[in-house]
Design a protein around this ligand. Sequence first.
Ligand code: SAH
Length: 377
Amino acid sequence: MTYDPQERRDTPLERELATRIRTEGPISVAEYMRICLQDPAHGYYRARSAIGSRGDFITAPEISQVFGELTGLWCAVVWHQMGAPKSFSLVELGPGRGTLMADALRAARIVPGFLEAAEVTLVEISDALKAEQRAALSAVTNSLRWVESVAAVDSTRPAILVGNEFLDALPARQWVLADGGMHERTVALDEAGRLIFSQADTLATGGPCVPFDRFRGGAGAIVEWREVSSLARGLSALLEGAGAAALFIDYGHVETAPGDTLQAVRGHRHEHPLCSPGEADLTTHVDFEAFAGAFRGRCGIDGPVTQAEFLGALGIVERASRLMSTNPGQAGQIELAVARLMAPQGMGARFKAIGLRSMHLPPLPGLVSVDKTARGT
Ligand code: SAH
């Protein structure tokens, strides 16, 4: 996307970033993402409620209640696979408006003992969204708590975790490939003091994580790497502690591949990522190969499969038909929403689901790929 200075918006964070870069020098793309999304005063997720038709973007649980309901039933099956522990943490990472969890808990009510055993724990940094989550959930459960990172979830009891569109919001670094190495991509200032993309002078060969050898010859291309080590440490404590299973759904690719996927969305429109720091949602696609790599050898990994495969295996068609026959007036709307979640050229293929589980647990439901050719990127 080209950067039209006319569209540049003078945000409080833009001024802070410019001052910092002027005194300390360019910052990495990951640091830019972190500040834009998480800055305590002006970060995108700190103050605003961005999700839904009146916000900046719409997510699967906001499109159809069936998404959260199937996720809730998935959690209940996994709870049984764990031996139906009397007490466990039901954790959602980045719960947005609380819609997924509300639908999940409502659907899982039919499973005896599940709700009574669940301590609902929400991993959230946004005060605005915490308030929405409280409003959505306090009538559905009286066991509700918030933490700011997965490391704060009690590892002495079993845990079931879900995260929809959570990983894409975690900061990612970018490198520009060169002959013989790569330069970290940075955010710097041009002569007029405007934010621009630039790159570090120093040449890295491999870095902490990017498999440079795989991209040799691709000079000029951009490769990305998401820093998930603190998430991985927190999750591993649960996976290796009293036992855990985690489900992540996000848009992204199955194999590590070059490409600049940093994108900004504001008011349902894409804009240049440097346009309005702190006032647009910033994400990069999830590299599922790299994500799985952070856990390999530490736990069982199931998938990734496409969202359509996952929801199909969990019975989305049957669930939607039942919903349509009990709500005939909304049948058309329900059908459209489900078609959107399953679209082979859209969310159904672009989103993937991956599962992590403690070594002693059996494979997680719905996550065995049935058709490898259907895995789009
Ligand atoms: N899962 C929801 C919302 C997705 S938006 C849905 O599908 O509708 C991303 C969510 O992650 C928001 O709730 C945001 O506040 C939260 N979030 C973003 N970065 C976070 C971080 N570093 N730690 C915890 N929560 C974070």
